[in-house]
Design a protein around this ligand. Structure first.
Ligand SMILES: [Zn+2]
Length: 119
């Protein structure tokens, strides 16, 4: 990443926002990312992206909590729903949530090294 704008684009993809105010030191463009203000000309953007790994895990567990909550709400509505076509929509939604939940759990497992060799 030689071009600082490439890093800026990466940060924006990950939820960073461009700030209207210029950097007080160099007049460069500033961004807000994970609660921190980053100057795109002075700060090492790729370094900032790397250190965000820990926060990504937190985001993932947040997402997991949200999905579990939604699963609960949707399954409650499903139990009360008599309309078959609405049930179909709810079931579809539940399937998507379950898949998302599995994805979250898979990503968590990637960090733990399971010993499958002891079969
Ligand atoms: Zn600056």
């Amino acid at each position: 990443m030689d071009n600082p704008m490439d890093g800026a684009v990466e940060i924006m993809k990950k939820g960073g926002t461009l700030l209207g105010e210029k950097c007080p030191r160099c007049g460069g463009v500033q961004m807000k990312y994970k609660g921190r203000v980053i100057c795109i000309t002075e700060d090492n953007l790729s370094e900032n992206l790397k250190t965000s790994k820990i926060s990504d895990d937190a985001t993932l567990s947040n997402l997991r909590d949200i999905v579990i909550e939604k699963l609960d709400i949707v399954s409650n509505s499903l139990s009360k729903e008599n309309d078959v076509s609405k049930q179909a929509i709810l079931v579809d939604l539940l399937q998507k949530y379950v898949l998302l939940l599995k994805d979250c759990e898979n990503s968590n497992q990637n960090t733990k090294t399971s010993d499958k060799t002891t079969n």
